[in-house]
Structure formats: structure tokens, C-alpha cells
Write a protein of this length. Structure first.
Length: 174
């Protein structure tokens, strides 16, 4: 449904603008699933979400780009999922640091208060000085992200497969 523009716009100008009703924008936009099977879309969103939770702040977009281009997945959908997961990335940073410390018992301890202060004052210097701790957190992420992304991919594949079947049945019934 197109919204009419005020009368001061010529008719040819109104025909050029693809103004749609807000109701048509509900749900996932078509460009997110463009050319993807439900399984590929589930994989794309699961990988994007998992990469968005990586305990290395500032590298998620580059990693998503490399993975999406390497696996020939929808880059826009993967980046959207990654950006949705970014708040979770910050929430999970310290648990991943603690899990990395638990996996590698000989590593130095993580004092969350001093780490937060260091990251706030000089983020690059803190990341270089504490690179071993962040490497251990990355290992912890690798251990947990694989199963989590796999379960999310299966769930999303089922959801998108059902959604596709319902939409195709609606088209047939029209």
C-alpha cells in the first residue's frame, strides 16, 4: 500500500518514490534472505551472532566480512546478526576472561575492576599488555561458540523452513 504524498508533488514524482506502509516492513526484509536456502540463512545468522559475541572488541565486522565472503553467505544478514549480538559481546567479555583463566590455570588472574579501568583509559595498550588473557578468552569462546552456533543454526533452519512453507502455501491458495 502506497501512502499518498501531498498534492504539491507531481504525479510522476509520487510514482518514483517507493513509499510503503509500515505493516509491510514487519518481519525480516527480503534482502536478508536473498538467494539463500533456509539452512544457509540459518547458518548465516548463527555465525553472525556467534562472531558478534567474540571477546575481542572491534574485530567483529572484519571477521564477519571474511567469513561471509569465504563461505559465499549473505554479508548483510551476517553483519545484522553480529550487530544485534554486540551488547551480548560486552556482557560476555568478563565471563569469557574467567573461563579462559579456568581453562589455563597457570595464567595470571583477571581483576575485573582494574581491567575495566585499563580498557577505559588506554584500550589499545591494555589489549597489548593483556594479550595472553584475551587469547585464553578467545579459546574459551571457540569452545563455547561452536556448539551454541550449531544449536542456533538448527533452530533457525527449522523456523525459516516452516516460514517458507507457509508463504508458499499462501501463494498457492491465492
Amino acid at each position: 500500500m502506497k501512502y499518498p504524498l501531498p498534492n504539491r508533488f507531481p504525479a510522476w514524482f509520487q510514482a518514483q518514490l517507493p513509499l510503503r506502509s509500515p505493516a509491510s516492513l514487519v518481519g525480516a526484509p527480503a534482502w536478508l534472505s536473498e538467494g539463500l536456502t533456509p539452512r544457509q540463512l540459518g547458518l548465516t545468522l548463527a555465525l553472525g551472532f556467534a562472531i558478534g559475541c567474540i571477546p575481542l572488541v572491534g574485530v567483529t565486522t572484519a571477521i564477519c566480512t571474511v567469513v561471509a565472503l569465504g563461505l559465499r553467505l549473505n554479508l548483510a544478514a551476517m553483519l545484522a546478526a553480529s550487530w544485534v549480538a554486540m551488547p551480548l559481546q560486552l556482557v560476555l567479555l568478563f565471563p569469557y576472561l574467567r573461563l579462559g583463566q579456568w581453562i589455563f590455570p597457570g595464567s595470571r588472574s583477571v581483576d575485573t575492576a582494574s581491567l575495566a579501568a585499563q580498557l577505559q583509559l588506554a584500550p589499545v595498550h591494555a589489549l597489548v599488555a593483556l594479550s595472553d588473557i584475551f587469547l585464553h578468552a578467545l579459546v574459551a569462546w571457540l569452545i563455547t561458540a561452536g556448539p551454541g552456533a550449531g544449536l542456533l543454526m538448527v533452530a533457525l533452519t527449522v523456523v525459516f523452513g516452516r516460514r517458507g512453507r507457509v508463504e508458499s502455501e499462501e501463494r498457492v491458495s491465492r
